[in-house]
Ligand binder design. Structure first.
Ligand code: CUA
Length: 354
């Protein structure tokens, strides 16, 4: 018994670990529960592949087991040599033709899906929404083409419509990945712009993640895709187009924060559609799902982030200790009241899993 356990110990260990780890993850960030057109295509391909693999595995294992038992060496047969066969036309036909058929079953939908996912057809249509996505160490910049809307981290899209993305990077290669809605596409530095589209079926907040190792904070390079109804999306567009970057906050602390922000942070950040794009655009910041993509949107987290960004996201470009903690607290008051739209992540309904 011990010897048997010893042989299989690592197998049992890894089996248990696989089971254990399969419990990790979030519902809104999985390719196994597709909520969008692209994700659905990829899910179907996975299922076809798994079905074919299972079919082959079961047949091979059945024959293997049968042969092992039926033709094993029996006692008193040590010198027995069974009848030798060389070449069998029928058998060779079978094991050539069946794999060809299986490959075709796999290849046809794969090629179809590849072309389907590469669609940029309606992109030149004036009504189509096209968003320029720029990956940066370690945040995402979104520019809605022709709409004068710039934002970061939270990407709002309407449901039931194809939204086209032009993806590039300002520094190193990143990868834009929203497993629940679509596939994954690299963002490259330079002129090489990649394209993909998002089409969400249901309203919801879907988690996205950079999927290309891009530096010490790669794993923290999160974003969210917020799919809202077309009516809410139109409202959001209107709200975002009518942002007054100079609007005066209501509280005294936030007013002081506004001035501090303008003096210390505006050379990189921006509010409204303008800005240099070298740091996240903070329009509508008070409605963000997360601070810096990864922290719960509380004031305490925001102050910590402003004062000591490198402790939270190592290697990011925001300078530490640019302002005192007291000043950061006022800036936080200012930023958290920047709610430029009534359409918020909560508008996305029950599918919102923070
Ligand atoms: Cu950007 Cu990993």
């Amino acid at each position: 018994m011990r010897g048997w356990m010893g042989k299989f110990r690592s197998l049992i260990l890894f089996g248990a670990l696989t089971l254990f780890l399969s419990g990790c993850g979030v519902e809104n960030m999985t390719a196994l529960k597709p909520e969008g057109y692209g994700a659905n295509l990829l899910f179907d391909l996975m299922m076809i592949s798994i079905a074919i693999m299972l079919f082959v595995f079961i047949i091979v294992m059945a024959i293997y087991t049968f042969v092992l038992i039926r033709y094993r060496q029996k006692k008193g047969q040590e010198d027995y040599i069974p009848k030798q066969t060389e070449g069998n036309k029928a058998l060779e036909m079978i094991w050539t033709v069946i794999p060809i058929i299986l490959l075709l079953v796999l290849a046809v939908p794969t090629v179809q899906a590849t072309f389907d996912l590469a669609d940029t057809g309606a992109k030149n249509d004036e009504d189509a929404i096209t968003i320029e996505v720029t990956g940066n160490q370690y945040w995402w910049h979104f520019n809605y083409k022709g709409q004068e809307i710039t934002t970061s981290q939270d990407l709002y899209i309407p449901t039931g419509e194809r939204v086209y993305l032009d993806l590039k990077s300002s520094d190193v290669i990143h990868s834009f990945w929203v497993p629940s809605i679509a596939g994954k596409m690299d963002t490259n530095p330079g002129e090489n712009v990649n394209s993909m589209y998002l089409e969400a079926f249901e309203e919801g907040v879907y988690w996205g993640q950079c999927a290309e190792l891009c530096g010490p904070s790669h794993s923290l390079m999160d974003f969210k895709v917020i799919a809202v109804s077309p009516e809410e999306f139109d409202q959001w567009v209107k709200d975002m187009q009518n942002v007054d970057p100079e609007a005066e906050p209501k509280t005294a602390s936030a007013k002081e924060g506004q001035e501090l922000f303008n003096n210390n942070c505006m050379s990189c950040h921006a509010i409204g559609s303008g800005g240099a794009g070298i740091a996240p655009n903070l329009t509508n910041f008070g409605n963000r799902t997360m601070i810096a993509g990864i922290l719960e949107p509380t004031k305490e987290n925001l102050v910590n982030w402003i004062v000591n960004p490198d402790e939270i996201k190592p290697g990011n470009q925001m300078p530490a200790n640019l302002v005192s903690e007291e000043e950061a607290s006022k800036i936080a008051d200012y930023l958290l009241q920047l709610k430029h739209s009534e359409v918020t992540p909560d508008s996305a309904g029950d599918n919102n899993q923070k």
